[in-house]
Design a protein around this ligand. Sequence first.
Ligand code: UD1
Length: 364
Amino acid sequence: MLKVLCVCGARPNFMKIAPMMDALAVRDGVAPMLVHTGQHYDDRMSELFFGDLGIPKPDINLEVGSLSHAAQTAEIMKRFEPICVEHKPDWVVVVGDVNSTIACALVARKLGIRVAHVEAGLRSFDRDMPEEINRILTDTISDKLFVTEKSGLENLKNEGIPASRVHLVGNVMIDTLLKSRARAEKSTILTALELTPKKYVAVTLHRPSNVDNKEQFGAILAAFEQIAEKTPIVFPVHPRTRKNIAGMGLAGRIDAIANLKMIEPLGYLDFMKLMSESAAMLTDSGGIQEETTILGVPCLTLRKNTERPITIEQGTNRLIGCDTKTIVDAFAETQSHPPVGKTPDLWDGKAATRIVELLVGASL
Ligand code: UD1
């Protein structure tokens, strides 16, 4: 039996680990195991996704919770090492670019356990992003690197990673999207929020560069004030952003925007429905740039860079930065000239199956 230990920790990991667990469950000769680091722990940031996506209950939860970057990474490593020693997996599979990803990859590699990185090779070339550091370090020490888009192949080649370790397999997050689409369709979230399809904008914001700086956050809010004059905005608020809104004294300003609804973070199916029926998404998320590409929804990314360039070259994404006027103008442009995208190669719902076959093949 090939022992494959999968790791998840934070919200964007859950939609990537779900298809991996599905594909491992149906493959003969494989014994899967799931470890949740507990980096995200609120029901709305974690538990809800296990239900929505049918992820099996984790075999082990390390319950690390929120700490500084160093303390969180160190604590995950301390708690993950004995699990690896006890269970002796043949592979540790990590996904994405969060602190749990690098922490568990590093522990496994130093114990001589092979590491597979799902969603390898993405680069924003912005080393001020904690995720960029996590990506570079995880890729350097991984034995198998599974890449979602061609830019990843190029980036890994430029960093000297041997081609034999790297495979373009498609996008596991899109596996989840395609599998969940029919169920998401049935969500009643629009009725609950009194929204009309294609007549509202949905927003998500949580990057430190946007929400930890009052001036920057204020410039984005000024754009919301103008957009909301004509178009309702719905804003599921990440816990980090909610804390900052309170801490920076911005709550009054947001409350004063009559047409803006701040709501709690949504589960996967409700959020998918909200996104697919929106007139446009305004976001600083990584995953939403990819999901909107498949849904054909205009996406305006409030960042200076993206590690997912294919969503701009082939999808419906535009990188617009955080200047008030640029945001307002870009939104108007998406409504008068909606972008038309196409599906990137291999984003076909079968990425996790390809990965499992490659892992089994590499273990023979
Ligand atoms: C993390 C990831 C980021 C990902 C994001 C998605 C890293 C470095 N960053 O950032 O890549 O896009 O998750 O959500 O791993 N909090 C709660 N409840 C929770 C989780 C967090 O209240 O369940 C609060 C805590 O107060 C915490 C803050 O949110 O201090 C930030 O959480 P943390 O996991 O440190 O980073 P994220 O900003 O969520």
